[in-house]
Design a binder for this molecule. Structure first.
Ligand code: ZN
Length: 239
């Protein structure tokens, strides 16, 4: 779905004066050009998930300038927001005797319990103030069903309820998604895995994400993503 533009890559590295052969064989990593059939998905870059928020991801705000830079390379941009009801089933406070980061059984299986976070309409749930995505076309809000969490931007945690994003992307002819945002090992990973499940080519742009890393969850997520054909790249590879 993407074109690899070797000469462009050489130019980007300041190798214009060198022969194309030298530039491609010796140094330049091929750049990935997203094109009209690709979308950037910016997952949950909200106040709740950065320092000062209710469920901060270490270094979470550091993804903002990286994503702002990446946005210029994409014709299609989707933004997501975790968007919970007050007293949502994923909150530890909704379960007597439970603390954040413990688990419980919900109707659809095991659920990690979180501090109250990203409650609909609160400043905590707003997108980060420095996020600059004027060309983004759609905001997908997820996790708004009281009894069902949704890490994934495609499918809620009951693994049955669709958010509609898969249909939206398909109807717009999009074949490839590049996933960024917070957090690598939860909402980013589940979004990338569900993108594969829905038939999209999927990349995670690693330096445009930060992780929670709860009990080895980051390594487990990368392993699972690799097994399902999610490609792991760096933002410098997009051009
Ligand atoms: Zn949540």
């Amino acid at each position: 779905m993407h074109r690899r533009t070797f000469l462009h890559a050489g130019a980007a590295l300041g190798l214009d004066g060198l022969s194309p052969h030298f530039a491609t064989s010796a140094f330049a990593a091929a750049k990935i050009t997203p094109g009209a059939k690709a979308a950037l998905i910016v997952v949950d870059v909200q106040n709740c998930f950065v320092e000062g928020g209710t469920l901060p991801v270490k270094g979470g705000a550091e993804v903002v300038p990286v994503i702002n830079r990446l946005a210029g390379a994409f014709e299609n941009i989707v933004v997501t927001q975790d968007w919970h009801t007050p007293g949502h089933a994923s909150f530890a406070t909704a379960h007597a005797g439970k603390k954040p980061f413990e688990t419980t059984k919900l109707a659809y299986g095991t659920q990690v319990l979180w501090p109250d976070h990203c409650v609909q309409g609160t400043e905590d749930a707003a997108l980060h103030k420095d996020l600059r995505l004027p060309t983004a076309q759609v905001i997908v809000r997820k996790g708004f069903h009281q009894d069902v969490d949704s890490y994934s931007a495609f499918e809620e945690a009951d693994r049955k309820t669709a958010t509609g994003l898969g249909g939206y992307l398909k109807q717009r002819g999009i074949r490839t998604v590049f996933v960024t945002g917070l957090a690598t090992d939860f909402c980013v990973a589940w979004t990338a895995l569900d993108a594969r499940k829905a038939g999209f080519e999927a990349y995670v742009i690693e330096d445009a994400t930060r992780a929670i890393d709860l009990n080895g969850s980051l390594a487990a997520a990368w392993k699972q993503m690799a097994a399902k054909g999610v490609k792991r790249i760096r933002s410098a590879e997009i051009g």
